[in-house]
Design a protein around this ligand. Structure first.
Ligand SMILES: [Zn+2]
Length: 123
């Protein structure tokens, strides 16, 4: 997984959240570990309005628009990232399971000791 981070959020914090989401997704959907390690590109930019994302269906490309002010949205970030992973796996909305649409099952991501999301210090 490669992250092109154009925000002040720490790339390693983002990566920890995305990798854990991917790990959990693979427990359900099967491993694509090597494939994603090599090819998955995640582009992270600031949102104008709110957290949002898009992905290539049957691809390995995800773009995430992050709310610059929000700190309480890591479960939502994990949910939206997994939704996009499912698009990468070839799912369209019709064929997605409810857990890809509903915002449940991401309580793990609220643990901000394990999954902090910090901003880079400015000098
Ligand atoms: Zn979608």
């Amino acid at each position: 997984m490669k992250i092109q981070n154009k925000t002040a959020w720490l790339t390693r914090d983002l990566k920890r959240i995305f990798c854990e989401t991917l790990r959990r997704n693979e427990r359900i959907e099967g491993k694509r570990c090597q494939y994603y390690k090599r090819h998955l590109l995640v582009v992270v930019v600031y949102a104008r309005i709110s957290l949002n994302a898009m992905a290539r269906i049957n691809g390995a490309w995800i773009k995430v628009w992050m709310d610059p002010e929000a700190n309480e949205f890591i479960p939502e970030l994990a949910q939206i990232f997994e939704h996009e992973l499912q698009h990468n796996r070839g799912y369209c909305h019709k064929s997605m399971l409810p857990w890809n649409i509903n915002n449940t099952g991401y309580e793990w991501a609220a643990d901000n000791k394990r999954f902090p999301l910090r901003k880079q210090e400015r000098n």
